[in-house]
Design a protein around this ligand. Structure first.
Ligand code: FAD
Length: 399
């Protein structure tokens, strides 16, 4: 039976409806259907993973110091490492590259922060992350500039194929995935959520999960919520080159916010511009041609092998893509039921949606089924009102 399709009509019933077919929605639909709920996912675009998810750099890490994120990251990386068995699809390859995540700095004064982050990670249960001093980091990664003063590194962090990941969630699920179907309203009655109105018909349901990525705020408004979500444009460039050290880790310059990693035929290069303003959610975010020049200028600072690549680059060697990070007040996602609207659940507010998708899909599904109570969920929406925010030390944030 086809699972991902354009329905002739969306007039149907379901135990649960997931709005949004990015990585977070697909993972949520997988876990909801695994819990036995008849689930429909509704996606406005032609297929799954076509908005933010398709724009990502596909990386994952356990190097977090936020107490609520560490368990999600650990569970997710374990899931990735055993993906075919965990998801029940023997042979389904998500192309893991565990070449590590390397956060570098040339500022001596940052080193105590790096050391403290590693200690905190170990305290929170992260295994295998290390602080590397100037000599160690250069010995392990000779392509770095001698000015690199130190780094944090975890060998088992890395990247994967997001397309295979999203398709894996869908393939392993018994949910129906309606594509080219747009949610235009969320219906309520005195019992709470009663349905989802789409441009192809109405799905009657008592549970809705808002996993609409940058559009989660728009969906929230349909039930009268003003969610604290800020979409911010983020871009990355693919640079074709045969001069990239192919065994290199995902390398982040903590001082200027740039990053790069090897990719088949070249490298992905990005920069998290701290001055990029929040914007409205974008249906078709586009990159600009100044971006690669700025990002390349930044990665060359601490990885100088880029100099010779940049000198010989032609316009055809570069392509740019864009999406939006969705920030919340504490830069952590919002997951779980909304008390004011019974049956309405959130799974949104991501800039780390790929890397935590297995665990946040499961957590959200557990909160829908009642397998977990929302009061024990540190990422509930009401944390802001309750003043129960634990930001942790998040100086590694943004990548
Ligand atoms: C340049 C860049 C690099 C990144 N790198 C990484 C990385 O290395 N690792 C990482 O973990 N994260 C990374 N991210 C972030 C990551 O891509 C996101 O956190 C993740 O994709 C969010 O997934 P999502 O499912 O919440 O949102 P989306 O992928 O945006 O999915 C939401 C879906 O909802 C649909 N939708 C919206 N409104 C409606 C409606 N009314 N009706 C029906 N459907 C609707 C949209 O069409 C969309 O497909 C990066 C992001 C960018 C932009």
């Amino acid at each position: 039976m086809r699972k991902i399709y354009i329905p002739d009509t969306a007039d149907t019933t379901a135990d649960a409806v997931v709005i949004g077919g990015g990585v977070v929605g697909a993972a949520t639909a997988y876990w909801l259907s695994k819990a036995g709920l008849d689930t429909v996912l509704v996606e406005a675009k032609d297929g799954l993973g076509e908005l933010t998810t398709g724009a990502s750099a596909e990386c994952f890490r356990c190097q977090f110091t936020e107490p609520a994120i560490v368990p999600l990251a650990r569970e997710s990386v374990d899931f990735f490492e055993n993906f075919p068995e965990r998801i029940g699809l023997p042979g389904h390859e998500i192309h893991l590259h565990q070449q590590g995540y390397l956060f570098i700095t040339d500022k001596e004064e940052m080193l105590p922060n790096l050391q403290a982050a590693i200690e905190e990670q170990h305290r929170l249960g992260v295994e295998g992350s290390e602080f590397l001093n100037r000599d160690e980091v250069r010995k392990r990664f000779p392509f770095l500039s001698p000015s690199v003063a130190g780094a944090t590194f975890r060998n088992a962090d890395g990247w994967l194929s997001v397309h295979e990941l999203v398709q894996g969630y869908a393939k392993a699920s018994t949910a129906r995935f309606f594509v080219r179907t747009k949610v235009i309203d969320v219906l309520t009655d005195k019992g709470g959520v009663s349905g989802v109105k789409t441009d192809r018909g109405t799905i009657s349901t008592r549970h809705v999960v808002n996993a609409a990525g940058p559009f989660a705020g728009v969906i929230g408004k349909m039930v009268g919520l003003d969610l604290p979500l800020e979409p911010v444009l983020r871009q990355k460039a693919f640079v074709e080159s045969d001069k990239i050290p192919t065994e290199a880790p995902f390398t982040v310059n903590l001082v200027n916010g740039s990053y790069w990693r090897p990719e088949a035929g070249g490298a992905l290069v990005g920069w998290v511009n701290p001055d990029e303003p929040a914007s409205a959610p974008l249906e078709n975010p586009v990159g600009d041609w100044d971006f690669p020049a700025m990002a390349l200028d930044k990665v060359r600072e601490l990885t100088p092998f880029w100099d010779s690549i940049i000198e010989n680059l032609k316009a055809n060697d570069i392509s740019v893509s864009a999406g939006q990070y969705v920030y919340t007040p504490d830069q952590q996602p919002i997951i779980g039921p909304v008390t004011e609207v019974p049956g309405f659940h959130l799974n949104c507010g991501y800039w780390i949606g790929i890397m935590v998708s297995p665990a946040v899909g499961r957590l959200c599904a557990d909160l829908v089924t009642g397998a977990r109570e929302n009061k024990d969920n540190p990422l509930r929406l009401s944390r802001y009102k309750e003043g129960a925010v634990d930001k942790g030390s998040s100086f590694l944030s943004g990548h």
